[in-house]
Write a protein that binds this ligand. Structure first.
Ligand code: ATP
Length: 544
């Protein structure tokens, strides 16, 4: 029995009577049911036709028809060679021009049904756009569409450049805004964002203010969702600076006749002794991940390249959960044969840093300003010729200021920092070179200082009181090297090929290893090395 007949039968039990007051027959009931169904179908059809007509009418009255919507999937169907703008090139002088560009929607905010404010972003630039209904060019339907586009979607925009009535402080382009004429979705952000780009970009100062209502995105959440986090204009700027540091490093050294090399990262013996080395399985045996390119870059000097550098991964199995240690970082390494004295190399490295700092200051001004807006910092001060201090003088300075330490004792992190403060006060620089370290605190291949027993021809460089580089003259005499290695308890069999490389004649040489991420962390005073590494690795993080 159909549901309706059942219902009707139920009713029959109770009430349904004909005109003469007699109960309806089964036949009459069926007829009634049919009529009811017919009526229902009629009403549904009428409703559908009305909806279609209203949509047709709306379309007919939509003056923006064909100016917005979702683009088909780009399968490289065609090339129109249409000029696409970069946001940073949109200037007030170009007011009145109509331009096309692709960007992300950082925010879309409606004000009533006729106006939608957009913040559009490309890499490290943002600009304000408006979709404003005027019932001639731009319809309310288009405004509604604009408002509905999820944040972080990628859109293709046609817009007119308009001078802004007042500076748009929230954007990097402040004197101009865009009157959006066409708006097409290229790729819609469908997944829910773990945090908004607005929250992730808030200046640190805001959180210091009393009663701050904003949510702060902590570092772990950022790193867990690095792809989103990397999109902030601050991170775009940080990693451009990172790229800049590598470029300037390469540029300076190439001009100085250095050759870029690539040394193996899978090696048969630990490069810096057994401690802190990652062991990996290697077919039926085992291998190690290189803790530095030290031995190989020296072997390249022995192979007569004379001046070599490398930008490559360095692995350290240190269980250090600090603000400045990672288990994988990028080493900016160099090694150079010198004529007479290792100071030729040390000062060249000093000049290399001056070149990098000058380059950042002049070529990355906009990036530095962007970073400072979120993470305020004082720019480093450094003299045109780097300051050189001897280790013993640093110890004396620390002792004068109340630190108790032995003459040949290594610097603790705390003392390094304090020394940085004292050096800044006394010499007015955030960058300096500390020369002549105690021999006992350096690796076995470091050349001892013949004139000062207990000291060595080795140096560390510092920014804001933290180490960014270690370097030294290396022992290039095989017998002396064996003697020093044995004294340090190194198994000679494990470094045989290294020692043998010096048996066929080797120039005196020196070099150093710089931690790339540390340079950026300290230059920008970011406070944590993970902020200057795209995908950091530490004892607790192997993802993403
Ligand atoms: P530290 O005493 O700070 O742990 P280190 O003396 O072990 O450093 P070196 O082996 O001399 O450092 O490495 C050269 C440079 O590499 C350091 O000056 C630093 O900039 C960088 N570096 C060393 N270890 C790390 C690490 N775990 N994470 C990131 N950078 C590092």
């Amino acid at each position: 029995m159909s549901e309706n007949v059942e219902k009707v039968a139920e009713q029959l039990d109770k009430v349904i009577l004909d005109e003469e007051g007699k109960p309806l027959s089964k036949k009459a009931l069926k007829k009634l049911e049919k009529e009811q169904e017919k009526e229902k179908r009629k009403q549904e059809t009428a409703a559908r036709l009305a909806a279609e007509k209203s949509a047709r009418d709306a379309n007919a009255t939509d003056c923006s028809k064909g100016k917005y919507g979702k683009l088909p999937l780009n399968q490289s169907q065609e090339r129109t060679y249409q000029r696409r703008e970069r946001i940073e090139d949109i200037t007030a002088e170009r007011a009145g021009e109509t331009i096309h560009f692709r960007a992300r929607v950082q925010t879309a905010r409606a004000t009533g049904s006729k106006l939608c404010f957009y913040m559009l972003r490309q890499r490290n630039s943002t600009i304000q756009g408006l979709v404003s209904a005027d019932d001639e060019q731009i319809s309310k339907q288009m405004v509604k569409f604009a408002t509905s586009i999820p944040a972080e979607s990628i859109v293709l925009v046609e817009a007119k450049i308009v001078k802004a009535a007042e500076a748009v402080k929230s954007c990097t382009v402040q004197d101009v805004e865009l009157s959006i004429q066409q708006l097409w979705i290229v790729s819609e952000a469908v997944a829910r964002l773990p945090f908004t780009l607005e929250d992730a970009s808030r200046p640190e100062e805001i959180f210091a203010k009393e009663g701050a209502q904003f949510s702060r995105v902590n570092l772990d959440t950022r790193l867990d969702n690095r792809i989103i986090d990397l999109r902030t204009i601050t991170n775009q700027a940080i990693f451009r600076i990172q790229s800049g540091v590598c470029r300037l490093f390469r540029e300076f050294l190439t001009k100085q006749e250095f050759v870029e090399i690539h040394t193996p990262k899978i090696i048969s013996a630990a490069s810096e002794g057994g401690a802190n080395v990652f062991k990996v399985s290697y077919f039926k045996g085992e291998a190690f991940l290189a803790q530095s390119p030290q031995l190989y870059k020296q072997m390249c000097v022995c192979g007569d390249f004379e001046r070599v550098f490398e930008i490559g991964s360095v692995f350290r199995a240190e269980n250090s959960n600090t603000h400045r240690h990672m288990t994988e970082f990028i080493g900016l390494d160099l090694e150079m044969a010198f004529e007479e004295h290792y100071h030729e190399v040390m000062y060249l490295i000093g000049d290399l840093f001056t070149y990098i700092f000058d380059g950042l200051k002049t070529q990355y001004r906009a990036e530095i300003e962007t970073i400072r807006r979120q993470y305020p910092f004082e720019e480093i001060e450094y003299p045109p010729k780097p300051l050189r201090l001897e280790f013993k003088d640093a110890v004396a300075l620390l002792r004068e200021n109340g630190v108790e330490m032995g003459e040949f004792e290594d610097l603790t992190t705390e003392n390094e920092r304090f020394l940085g403060k004292l050096v800044k006060e006394k010499y007015g620089t955030d960058f300096y070179m500390l020369d002549k370290f105690p021999l006992a605190v350096r690796p076995f291949y470091t050349m001892p200082d013949p004139s000062r027993p207990g000291y060595s021809n080795s140096y560390d460089f510092f920014i804001r009181g933290e180490e960014i580089m270690s370097g030294a003259q290396r022992i290039h005499d095989p017998e002396y090297l064996e003697e020093r290695a044995s004294a340090a308890g190194v198994d000679l069999d494990t470094i045989r090929s290294y020692i043998d490389s010096f048996r066929h004649g080797a120039s005196p040489h020196a070099g150093g290893g710089v931690g790339m991420e540390r340079v950026i962390m300290l230059y920008l005073n970011l406070g944590n090395i993970r902020k200057s590494c795209m995908f950091p690795r530490d004892p607790k993080r192997l993802e993403p």
